[in-house]
Design a protein around this ligand. Structure first.
Ligand code: B3K
Ligand code: ZN
Length: 882
C-alpha cells in the first residue's frame, strides 16, 4: 500500500492563516534519541479569524507541549501521522513542543540524519517536518535561532544558519553553540551540522567593502581537497556582483561536505550542505569534468542566496522560479569560466538526452507543474533545465540590458517575499516593455515543440522565402497545445560561409547579419530580399529555443554547415544531424540483418572537423562525438536498443579506423608538456587527446592498447588515468581486468574514486556486464545505503548502459526492479530516480515492452513509497492519445 495517495494541485493554494515571526530551536543531539524543542512565536493573520493551527510533523515522538509556558492538556490538540492540529488559540501566542527523533535510523536522508558520524540535515522540500512541528511550506518565513548541544569530543563543530552568538561549556563533556539568522526564511532552508570536521578558512571582500568569512568543513583526511571549491566560491561571489549587482549578505558563508547525500547540494541560508562529490578535488582523484562540475554546483548554490533564499517560492509548484533561474545563472557563470561555445553544446546535449525524453514520456509536466503526489519527484530536468531555457529565451527576447533591468526590478520588488513564476514574468514584461502573456505558455504547456522550417530561393527576384511552422505533441492531461512565442535566431550564409546582410521585406533599419525572428503563430512566412545567390540557412543559432528542429537539409548543406557555420552550436548540430542520419540507417541494417558496410560514413567531413586548427580542441571533440544511444532511441518509432548499440559501435569503429593516422598524430601532438593543472585550455586539450585515444582503441588496432596502458601508468592525474582505463574497458582489452584491480588497490580509501570504479564497470559494453554488476553488488565496498555508490553501480547500469539494461532476456530489468524494491524501504528518493529507467517502456519493440511492463507491475505490487508509486503508476497509465 502507498504511504500517501493524496494529490496536490496548483489551484488549491491558500495562504497560511498564521504568521510565525520567530522560532527558537533547541537540539540535544544523540544518534538514537535527539531531542528537539521548538518555540514558535505565532500571530494569527487578521484576515483568517477562527482557523485552527495546523503544524506538519512526521515520525515525531511528542514529549511535551506547552502554550505560553503552560502544559497543554491532551484534549486541546490532536496529533496524527501528518502533524498537530490545535483549535482555539489566542490571536498571539508562543507554542512550544519537544519531540524525540532517531537520526541513526534515518536512511531516507531527509530531515536530520548521520553521515559517517556527522549529524546533518536536508530539509528541502519537506524534510523539516521530520525534525519538529512546523508549517512546512515555503511561504511561511520566520527568523530562526538555533541552539545545538552535543558531546564536545565526538562533535566539536556545531553549525547552523546565520551567525554564532553564544558558546557554552556544559556538564558531562557537552558543549553548546547558538546561531542566529537575521533573515526571515522558510524552514526548507534550515540547516544544522555537527561533527568532527576540519575547517578550511578564507575570506572575501564584497564590492561595498564588507568582509565575509568563508568556511569549508570536511572530514580531516580531505582537507587538502578543498582549494578548487574555495576558489570557485570566490569567483561566483564576484561574478554575481558584476553581472547582476548581487552582494552576499551575512558575515559568514559555510559549506559542509558529506558522503551521504540524495542529490548534489543544498543552498541552506549561510550553511550549504554538499555531496562531497561537488567539493573535493585533487588532481589525482578528480577529473576535469569533476573540476568543472564543482565550479558549477558551488556557484549554483551560492546564486540561490538571491534567487531562492532572499526571494523564495510561494509553493512548490513554483519550484522553477528558483531552480530554472538559478540553473540559467550557473550556466552563464560557467560559460564565462570555460569555453562558452562548448558549454552551450554540453548543455544542449544534456537537454536532448534527458529532458526531451522526459517531456515525451509519462512523467511529462509543464515547467510549472499542475499537480504532484510527491514533490521530490518534480526536481526534474524539466523544472531545472527546460526552466533555464525559458529564462534564456526571455533574455533573448529582451536583450541583455532589458533582461538585467527585469532582474533588478525582480530583486527590488520581491526581496524578502515568497512569489510565483507569474510575478517573475511580470517584472520582465514591465522592465523590458514587452507583452509576455503568450510567452507564459512555456510555463503551462508540457511537451517539446517541433519547429519545421522550409526555405525557398527565388533567383530572379533575389528573395529567400522562409516558412516556419510549430506544433507540440500531446502530453498526459494536455491533448491540445496553443502556439508558443518562440525566438528563432538565424543567419544566411553565402558559399564561402560568410553571413549575408539580412533584410526582410518592408525593413527600413540597416540590415544585421544575424537576427531573432519571433514565431507566435502556428505558421509564419518571412521574406528576405536582396540576396544575389542561394543562401544556406543557419537556423536556431545558439539553440535559441528548446525545440526539435525539423528541417529538410540536404546532406551537402549539413556538411557545409559543419565545416563553415560561424555559429559553433549550428556547426555542431549539423554534424549531429548528419551522424544521426547515418546511425539510423545503420540501426535499420542491424535490425534487418542487412549489410551495414554499404552505408556511407561522413568520414571526410569528420576529418575536416578533427583537423580544424581554428576550432578549440574541446569543440573539435564535440564535433566528432555522435549522439548517444538514448538520443537515438528517441528518433525511432520502435526501439531496439541492441541494434542501436551495435550501429553506434560499428560507426565509431569504422570512422576511427579511417581516421587512425590522424588520430595517432594528434594524440602525440596534444601530449602534456607540464604537470597537471585544471584550466579550461588544458582541459580542452585533454578532451581531444583522450577522444583520440578512445577512438584508436575502438578502431581495433592492437598496438594502440599499449598507448592506453602507458597512459594509465604514467598519468599524473585522474582525467588521463581514468580515460585510459575507460578506453581499455570499453574496447574489451585483455589488459582491462588487471588494471581495474590496480585502480581499486590504488584508490580504495577514496570513496569518490571507488564510485568511478563501480560506474566504469557498470557502463562497460557487452552482455556480461549484467553478471558483473550483480557480482559487484556483493562487493564489500558496495553500499546500497550510500546514494553515490548506488547511483554509480545501478544508476549507471540502468540509465547509461542501454544495451545491457535492455538485454533481450529481461535480466537487466529484473536486476534493477529487485534493487528498486529493496531501496524503496531505505531511500525512496533514490529508488524513484532509479525506477524512472522504465519510463520509456512503451517505445520498445514488443518483446522488451512486455518484459518491462511485467517488471512495472511487479514494482507496483511490491513498493510502498509515494515516490516510487507515482512514477510507476504514471508509467503504466493509459497512453496519451494524439
Ligand atoms: N535545492 C536543492 C534540491 C533539493 C532537492 C530536494 N529533493 C539543490 C539545488 O537545486 O540547488
Ligand atoms: Zn538549485
Amino acid at each position: 500500500m502507498a504511504d500517501d495517495t493524496r494529490i496536490f494541485h496548483r489551484g488549491d493554494y491558500r495562504p497560511y492563516p498564521w504568521l510565525v515571526d520567530r522560532v527558537e530551536l533547541d537540539f540535544h543531539l544523540d544518534p538514537r534519541a535527539t531531542e528537539v524543542t521548538g518555540r514558535l512565536h505565532l500571530r494569527r493573520r487578521p484576515d483568517c479569524p477562527g482557523e485552527p493551527l495546523f503544524l506538519d510533523g512526521k515520525q515525531l515522538e511528542l514529549v511535551a507541549i506547552r502554550l505560553d509556558g503552560t502544559k497543554l492538556p491532551a484534549h486541546r490538540f490532536r496529533h496524527d501521522d501528518e502533524g498537530l492540529t490545535i483549535p482555539d488559540l489566542p490571536a498571539q501566542c508562543v507554542l512550544e513542543t519537544t519531540v524525540r527523533i532517531d537520526p541513526a535510523a534515518n536512511t531516507a536522508l531527509e530531515g536530520l540524519y548521520l553521515s559517517n558520524g556527522t549529524f546533518c540535515t536536508q530539509c528541502e522540500a519537506q524534510g523539516f517536518r521530520h525534525i519538529t512541528f512546523f508549517p512546512d511550506r515555503p511561504d511561511v518565513l520566520s527568523r530562526f535561532t538555533t541552539r545545538i548541544v552535543a558531546d564536545r569530543k565526538q562533535w566539536p563543530v556545531l553549525l547552523a544558519n546565520g551567525n554564532p552568538i553564544r558558546r557554552e561549556e556544559l556538564a558531562d563533556g557537552r558543549h553548546g553553540v547558538t546561531w542566529e539568522d537575521p533573515f526571515p526564511k522558510p524552514c526548507y532552508l534550515f540547516a544544522l551540522v555537527a561533527g568532527d570536521l576540519a575547517e578550511i578558512g578564507d575570506s572575501f571582500t564584497t564590492a561595498s567593502g564588507r568582509e565575509v568569512a568563508l568556511r569549508f568543513y570536511v572530514e580531516h583526511h580531505h582537507r587538502d581537497k578543498v582549494g578548487h571549491a574555495m576558489q570557485a566560491l570566490k569567483k561566483a561571489m564576484r561574478w554575481d556582483e558584476e553581472r547582476f549587482g548581487r552582494e552576499y549578505d551575512l558575515d559568514i558563508y559555510m559549506v559542509v561536505a558529506v558522503d551521504d547525500f540524495n542529490m548534489g547540494a543544498m543552498e541552506n541560508k549561510g550553511l550549504n550542505v554538499f555531496n562531497s562529490k561537488y567539493v573535493l578535488a585533487r588532481p589525482d582523484t578528480a577529473t576535469d569534468a569533476d573540476y568543472q562540475a564543482i565550479e558549477e554546483v558551488i556557484a549554483h548554490e551560492y546564486f540561490h542566496n538571491w534567487t531562492g533564499n532572499r526571494i523564495t517560492c510561494r509553493d512548490w509548484f513554483q519550484l522553477s522560479l528558483k531552480e530554472g533561474l538559478t540553473v540559467f545563472r550557473d550556466q552563464e557563470f560557467s560559460a564565462d569560466q570555460v569555453h562558452r561555445d562548448v558549454k552551450r553544446i554540453e548543455d544542449v546535449r544534456l537537454l536532448r538526452n534527458s529532458q526531451f525524453p522526459e517531456d515525451a514520456g509519462p512523467m511529462a509536466h509543464p515547467v510549472q507543474p499542475d499537480s504532484y503526489r510527491q514533490i521530490n519527484n518534480f526536481y526534474t530536468m524539466t523544472v531545472y533545465h527546460k526552466g533555464a531555457e525559458v529564462i534564456s529565451m526571455v533574455q533573448t527576447l529582451l536583450g541583455t540590458d532589458g533582461f538585467r533591468r527585469g532582474m533588478d526590478l525582480y530583486f527590488t520588488r520581491h526581496d524578502g517575499q515568497a512569489v510565483t513564476c507569474d510575478d517573475f514574468l511580470a517584472c520582465m514584461a514591465e522592465a523590458g516593455g514587452r507583452d509576455l502573456a503568450q510567452f507564459g505558455r512555456w510555463y503551462s504547456q508540457a511537451g517539446t515543440p517541433r519547429l519545421t522550417a522550409n526555405g525557398r530561393y527565388e533567383a530572379d527576384s533575389g528573395r529567400f522565402i522562409l516558412e516556419l511552422r510549430q506544433s507540440c505533441p500531446p502530453t498526459p492531461g494536455q491533448p491540445q497545445k496553443l502556439p508558443f512565442h518562440l525566438p528563432v535566431r538565424l543567419a544566411l550564409l553565402d558559399r564561402a560561409g560568410r553571413e549575408l546582410p539580412l533584410r526582410l521585406e518592408g525593413d527600413t533599419a540597416a540590415p544585421a547579419t544575424e537576427r531573432v525572428l519571433e514565431l507566435r503563430e502556428e505558421k509564419q512566412t518571412f521574406v528576405f530580399i536582396n540576396l544575389p545567390e542561394r543562401p544556406v540557412l543557419s537556423l536556431l543559432r545558439g539553440f535559441s529555443a528548446p525545440v526539435v528542429l525539423d528541417c529538410p537539409f540536404r546532406d551537402e548543406d549539413l556538411a557545409f554547415l559543419l565545416a563553415h557555420d560561424s555559429d559553433p552550436f549550428c556547426r555542431w548540430d549539423a554534424g549531429q544531424t548528419l551522424a544521426t542520419r547515418t546511425l539510423l540507417q545503420l540501426t535499420d541494417r542491424f535490425r534487418s540483418g542487412d549489410d551495414p558496410e554499404r552505408v556511407p560514413l561522413p568520414v571526410a567531413a569528420l576529418r575536416q572537423a578533427l583537423l580544424d586548427e581554428r576550432a578549440t580542441p574541446a569543440l573539435r571533440a564535440q564535433l566528432l562525438t555522435p549522439p548517444g544511444e538514448t538520443y537515438l532511441a528517441e528518433q525511432v518509432d520502435e526501439v531496439d536498443p541492441g541494434a542501436i548499440h551495435r550501429a553506434r559501435r560499428f560507426y565509431l569503429g569504422r570512422v576511427a579506423g579511417a581516421l587512425a593516422d590522424d588520430l595517432r598524430r594528434l594524440y602525440r601532438q596534444l601530449a602534456d608538456t607540464a604537470p597537471y593543472r585544471y584550466a579550461p585550455e588544458e582541459a580542452s586539450r585533454r578532451s581531444l587527446r583522450n577522444l583520440c585515444l578512445t577512438w584508436l582503441l575502438l578502431s581495433g588496432r592492437p598496438e594502440c592498447q599499449t598507448l592506453a596502458e602507458e597512459q594509465y601508468h604514467t598519468a599524473d592525474n585522474m582525467t588521463d588515468r581514468l580515460a585510459a582505463l575507460r578506453a581499455l574497458v570499453d574496447s574489451a582489452s585483455p589488459a582491462a581486468d588487471a588494471l581495474l584491480a590496480d585502480f581499486h588497490r590504488r584508490y580504495r580509501s577514496e570513496a569518490l574514486v571507488v564510485d568511478k570504479w563501480f560506474a566504469l564497470q557498470a557502463a562497460a559494453p557487452g552482455e556480461a556486464t549484467l553478471e558483473r554488476v550483480a557480482t559487484l553488488a556483493a562487493h564489500p565496498d558496495f553500499k546500497l545505503k550510500n546514494p553515490n555508490r548506488c547511483r554509480a553501480l545501478f544508476g549507471t547500469f540502468a540509465h547509461a548502459n542501454q544495451a545491457a539494461f535492455h538485454r533481450p532476456d529481461g535480466a537487466g530489468y529484473r536486476l534493477v526492479a529487485e534493487r528498486v524494491t529493496e531501496l524503496d524501504r531505505l531511500n525512496p528518493q533514490v529508488a524513484a530516480r532509479l525506477v524512472s529507467a522504465f519510463n520509456r517502456w512503451r517505445r520498445m519493440e514488443p518483446m522488451r515492452r512486455e518484459l518491462m511492463r511485467q517488471q512495472l507491475e511487479y514494482l507496483r505490487a511490491g513498493c510502498h513509497s509515494s515516490d516510487v508509486l507515482e512514477i510507476v503508476d504514471k508509467a503504466l497509465a493509459a497512453e496519451t492519445k494524439a
